[in-house]
Design a binder for this molecule. Structure first.
Ligand code: IPE
Ligand code: IPE
Ligand code: MG
Length: 240
């Protein structure tokens, strides 16, 4: 494939509807199968030459879900991190995480740190889990960091640049995504990477996340390849 984006971000949505459609009594089975979809997406992305894959796994707002569902999600996170380690290693995938990670249960946090350490040497692709993540919260924390620097006299308010803002975000070590995919047919961003996706292409797929396949990824990539990314310029300028 040509024109493969360096960084793809995915809003993995539709687990609950998938479970309901399949006749499961709770939404949890959808989340469990969602992990398998993430495995397909990650290995597929690495095979296709994508260097950074960032997935929205749990939003700041998701803490408001019923306690039983939140607990189940945290358990799935913990068990999956250890279970999927061999897959990450075999595929050269380095695990990374962004979000208000201190809000995670300490056991999950520890497991996350252990998996990050264990995969730190992998260089084929970086898989970033957005956990307890909210873009407004991230921007608010960046404003605080910059304000504190200004108060300490390390930064002149007048000289704050886009680069300074980007450096104060949780994503400071990631390039901006060129493509955002959202599954489940919903067409919204839900507080995901607002700053970073300013110029990303958005692709909305009807497939529910547990059914996501490598073919769906390829289809989103070919939609992306067919888009003209003008970045403010004219089409004529791009072709000159
Ligand atoms: C996405 O699926 C997973 C999380 C938000 C954790 P949902 O759980 O939102 O499933 P739907 O959107 O209700 O079908
Ligand atoms: C967004 O999905 C968050 C994740 C995919 C983790 P939601 O299902 O929480 O989003 P809304 O509430 O429908 O916008
Ligand atoms: Mg949803």
């Amino acid at each position: 494939m040509k024109n493969i984006p360096q960084h793809v971000a995915i809003i993995m949505d539709g687990n609950g509807r998938w479970a309901k459609k399949q006749g499961f009594a709770t939404r949890v089975r959808g989340h469990e199968l969602g992990v398998e979809a993430l495995r397909r997406a990650s290995t597929g992305a690495a095979e296709l030459g994508i260097r950074f894959l960032t997935v929205y796994a749990f939003s700041e707002e998701n803490w408001q879900r019923p306690k039983a569902e939140v607990d189940a999600l945290m358990n799935i996170l913990m068990t999956s991190l250890s279970k999927e380690l061999p897959v990450l290693q075999e595929n050269g995938i380095r695990l990374h995480a962004i979000g208000n990670l201190d809000a995670l249960p300490s056991k999950a946090r520890k497991q996350l740190d252990a998996t990050r350490e264990a995969t730190a040497g992998n260089t084929r692709m970086v898989l970033t889990l957005a956990l307890s993540y909210g873009s407004r919260q991230e921007l608010t924390s960046a404003v605080r960091v910059l304000a504190e620097k200004a108060v300490r006299g390390e930064l002149q308010a007048q000289s704050i640049s886009e680069r300074d803002v980007a450096q104060a975000l949780w994503t400071h070590d990631l390039p901006d995504p060129e493509l955002v995919i959202r599954t489940s047919g919903e067409q919204r961003i839900s507080n995901f990477l607002l700053w970073q996706i300013s110029y990303a292409e958005l692709v909305f797929l009807p497939v529910l996340w547990p059914d996501f396949s490598k073919e769906d990824l390829v289809s989103a990539l070919s939609t992306f390849a067919g888009r003209e990314r003008r970045l403010g310029k004219t089409s004529e300028q791009l072709h000159a």
